[in-house]
Write a protein that binds this ligand. Structure first.
Ligand code: NDP
Length: 448
């Protein structure tokens, strides 16, 4: 008789948990998973995937305008939010089905209910059933963090943004990070009056100053209003349903919708972890070692609940490495160096490696090369919107330390260039490659 019901019990059916479960099962482990909401997690159900589809939908607002300069007789077009919303939600349903199929076809037993950990090798499901497993993996992700000012309950988060009945006429977005800037672009393109309210003086402060300044400049030109150094004090709901948002040092802002995009907090509470001695940090993240093992040897964690880098592809890699290490006889660890990232704003930002400021701090002297150009399509479209590519190099070795881009398709272009940056190539090695003309990407081998 085996000692436990399962080799692995995964709590949380998002990107990291599903990958870990599938690969472990493929390695021959007996695996179960508990998911209290929908299989697919934040990325598939209410994050990257539906967000990217809204970005595509929003961009048509500009494409339809630009099309006229390319000879297309485009009548004044109406946008129907409900059509886009329902099509996006239907695609989410389709993907959820695919995720469930993957689990089923790998023999992963799925429990559609909440689970808590009741012992180093024991799980209790919401219906009271107890299960045991040699290893427990926590992959419960994160949830939107909302500042606790009076009236905050009148606001929504990105979770609800995908289900709105209508595009609000006016929206206030709290925060200056990924979600705030992406949704500011989306709602602005759909015709809402967007005001972004940020507690600090900078948006996207982990990105290079030049690209975020460019985004700010373009966003303002597109009609997005920014309020900086504004701490939320209270939110009032008036009889007519509108909201009055009060922030320190600012005139109150009247709006139809308030969306909080003020970071995400790991879902580590209420799982019984502290009682078992699983160490959790001050942000609520489960502390893990390089093998994703918590302070209790039989309990592991991957993805946003560990707050290492809150990105889907990172969670997927962590889940895969965990499965290979524990069940595939192939111990391996994740390299967090040079993880590329993107902000799907209008236009998008993409980056890999060190910003100019970080490189200066670490290396002293750096060389910076850049190209500040108006993409050909924007020129003909009469769209006064410039792209910016910036390369930061170690002055002594010529090695590329960071690449920062804002412009159409920047994330698509940067994914390929990130291979070269991670491989440690030099500026000269970029320049040795003949330009592919006419493209925007060719600027990467022509930087001055
Ligand atoms: P971010 O960490 O990107 O930004 C949070 C913003 O909210 C910052 O401007 C921050 O200010 C501000 N903030 C934090 N706490 C408060 C508070 N109490 N009151 C007021 N403002 C506050 O978080 P997001 O919510 O935008 O996204 C969450 C995570 O999800 C991201 O970190 C990212 O990893 C991931 N994500 C990735 C995407 C992508 O890859 N394209 C898209 C969407 C999300 P300050 O700068 O001062 O700290």
């Amino acid at each position: 008789m085996p000692d436990h019901d399962y080799d692995l019990f995964v709590i949380g059916g998002g990107s990291g948990g599903v990958r870990a479960a599938r690969i472990s099962a493929a390695h021959g482990a007996k695996v179960a998973m508990a998911e209290e909401y929908r299989v697919g997690g934040t990325c598939v159900i209410r994050g990257c995937v539906p967000k990217k589809l809204l970005i595509y939908g929003a961009h048509f607002a500009e494409d339809l305008k630009d099309a006229k300069r390319f000879g297309w007789q485009v009548p004044d077009c109406d946008f129907d939010w409900k059509t886009l919303r329902d099509n996006v939600l239907a695609d989410v349903d389709r993907l959820e089905g695919l995720y469930q199929n993957t689990l089923d076809s790998h023999g992963v037993e799925t429990f559609h209910q909440r689970a808590v950990v009741t012992g180093p090798n024991e799980i209790e499901l919401a219906d009271g059933t107890r299960k045991t497993a040699r290893i427990i993996l926590i992959a419960t992700g994160a949830r939107p963090a909302v500042p606790s000012c009076p009236g905050h309950e009148h606001g929504i988060t990105s979770n609800e943004a995908f289900h709105l009945d209508n595009v609000p006429k006016r929206i206030v977005i709290a925060g200056g990070g990924y979600i705030a800037n992406e949704f500011a672009g989306i709602f602005n393109e759909f015709g809402a009056k967007v005001t972004l309210v940020n507690r600090g003086g900078d948006i996207l402060r982990h990105y290079d100053a030049s690209v975020r300044d460019r985004l700010l400049q373009i966003s303002v030109k597109k009609g997005i209003d920014f309020r900086f150094n504004a701490i939320f004090e209270k939110v009032e709901k008036r009889e007519d349903g509108t909201l009055l948002v009060h922030a320190k040092g600012q005139d109150p802002i009247e709006t139809d919708c308030l969306m909080f995009a003020t970071g995400r907090r790991p879902n580590s509470e209420g799982l019984g972890l502290e009682a078992l001695g699983v160490a959790i940090d001050e942000m609520g993240a489960i502390k893990v070692d390089e093998d994703s093992r918590s302070t209790v040897p039989s309990i592991f964690a991957v993805g946003d609940v560990t707050n290492r880098i809150q990105l889907t592809p990172v969670a997927i890699r962590e889940g895969h490495a965990f499965a290979d290490t524990q069940f595939g006889n192939n111990p391996r660890r994740i390299d967090y160096h040079c993880v590329p990232s993107a902000v799907f704003s209008h236009p998008p930002i993409a980056a890999v490696g060190l910003t100019e400021a970080e490189a200066k701090n670490r290396y002293g002297t750096v060389k910076v090369y850049s190209s500040d150009f108006r993409p050909m399509k924007n020129v003909l479209a009469n769209r006064d919107e410039r792209a910016l590519y910036k390369m930061v190099c170690d002055a002594s070795t010529d090695k590329v330390l960071g690449l920062h881009m804002i412009g159409p398709d920047a994330p698509e272009i940067l994914q390929a260039a990130a291979v070269a940056v991670k491989a440690g190539l030099t500026k000269q090695q970029f320049d040795d490659v003949v330009a592919l003309h006419p493209t925007m990407a060719e600027e990467l081998v022509l930087l001055k």
